[in-house]
Design a protein around this ligand. Sequence first.
Ligand code: G3I
Ligand code: 9MR
Length: 587
Amino acid sequence: MFKKAFIIFTLVFSLLYISSSAKDFADSAGQKIRLNQIGFYPGAPKIAIVPAAKRGSFFLQTTERKTVFKGILKKSMKPDFAGNYTWIADFSAYHKSGKYILNIPGIGNSYPFSISRSVHRKIADASVKAYYFMRASIPLEKKYADKWQRAEGHPDDKVLVHASAASAARPEGTVISSPRGWYDAGDYNKYIVNSGISTYTLLSLYEDFPAYMKTVKLNIPESGNQLPDLLNEALWNVRWMLTMQDPNDGGVYHKLTNAAFDGMVMPGKATTPRYVVQKTTAATLDFAAVMAQASRIYKQFPKKLPGLADSCLDAAKRAWKWASINPRIIYNKDVIKQYSPAITTGDYGDKDVSDEFIWAACELFVTTRNKMYIKVVNIIPDDQMPLPSWNQVRLLGYYSILRNGDHLLNTGFKGIPKLKQNLLAFADDQVKGIDSTAYKTVIQKSKANFIWGSNSAAANEGIALIQAYRLSNNKKYLKYALANLDYILGRNGTGYSYVTGYGSKTPMHPHHRPSIADGIVDPVPGLLAGGPNPGMQDHVRVPSTVPDEAYIDNDQAYAVNEIAINWNAPLTYLANALEALQLDISN
Ligand code: G3I
Ligand code: 9MR
């Protein structure tokens, strides 16, 4: 009797042991084979990178382990940032739809992935829906938010004018109403500068791909109201931004914030006083740019949104005027700290506003066709095309001019050929030499990309390449834009797919207060982690300081694992644009 029980015990124990170690093996092998964990379009390039491989074969197999394609691993021509060569499995020649794994003898099996049409559709949708989850001033109901339902946070209907923002018409302590908008990131504050590039990027996705974006349905409260859901979602933030303009002079508050960062609580539990802080030139110009753009887009829906386009344009013009009179009011955190209460939340303090002037001038010019805006600002001071980020917005204006070139024909503006030439030169420079690199992605070409929010650089490079494709019809740009999406979804130095909920190995502990505080194991889905950054400004040690490996899935690690609206927006653009253009990407 005892013996029998012992045998059963040993059997069960060893079965458990075998199955768990088999799982570990699959997991660690999956981690060693770096590929887009979602999958590939049938006709598009399909690449996996295997850092630790040796010369040999690789096998593409169905999930039933039937080999459908065999190839030879090729050694990369150049090493990665750590100095190691990688091995490349290229199965682009295989086109059949299905669910597969990659088997590499001596290493194991990759995570399963798909080859199919519309392979990125779900993640593309989720990257927009993520903004719904970031909404302030509204409860997230179960029918839209599923298990991430939550109570309303921050009504923001009684916001105090901070001492730094006091004026004769609105002295310190004046109460204003400034509801709606998206939380910036892992924190619950709302910042105009960062809202600027984020909202612009979502609106430009609609400007470039209106037909496709009309098919994207998000199951949000406004769904079915005749406005495309992307525009419904963007409007949640546009309406908030409008409240941030002082009606008395046109200046725009830099941010709406608590005095200090909240604890790790749900938004409904974060109830400390909220302030609007100092009007700044950067915020006012970013606001002007977005409102000019919003005006021309929402104008297409006059029945649904009567008057909105005019209000936006009027707000943009008044903001422009304020910035012209106040061209150098720069947010300085050390000055703001001296007021009472001291404000210690995010800065978005940009000392150089020349690019903000260019962006606002471009948007106002595109919307109004009035050349006055580009006469007072030299919009093409040189041939540079700096990659967009919250503090570098020049290219955003150029994109707008280029995508609206036809509409500007009779204005007499002569700069379009030059801008086109410069943008294509920039794109050519980005893709030059990529095929010989260790991961064959644009982002990994330069160590300098790996700063706070590096994943957004990957996505913003993808946008630049898609603009280049739209201007040239040259498919090579699309191929490299897709390579950066592959990077974000797993073909990278860590083996993470950096979007919560999408991929086999994804961030489970983002620095995002609701994901930390809600008691739900899975983080809020569709959010892009900041990504590798060896800076360790959060004092959390990363396992490696090699630029593209400096990442940890830790909720304290805000310098690598926070999420933010300005990082998600270019992902949203890239994933949706590639879905819209999927049939154009072929070998
Ligand atoms: O521009 C320099 C670059 O020239 C230099 O090579 C590089 C080397 O470290 O640093 C670059 O500056 C960085 C700067 O961002 C510009 O991107 C700083 O190191 C870096 O500390 C700074 O990080 C910003 C961070 O706030 C701290 O201020 C992030 O960009 C910005 O995204 C982040 O934003 C926060 C908000 O303040 C609050 N809400 C969350 C949000 C996301 O973390
Ligand atoms: O949660 C904050 C995050 O949104 C910011 O990006 C980050 C840097 O400004 O700061 C985080 O807040 C931390 C604060 O700076 C220091 N105390 C701990 C806070 C939570 O980690």
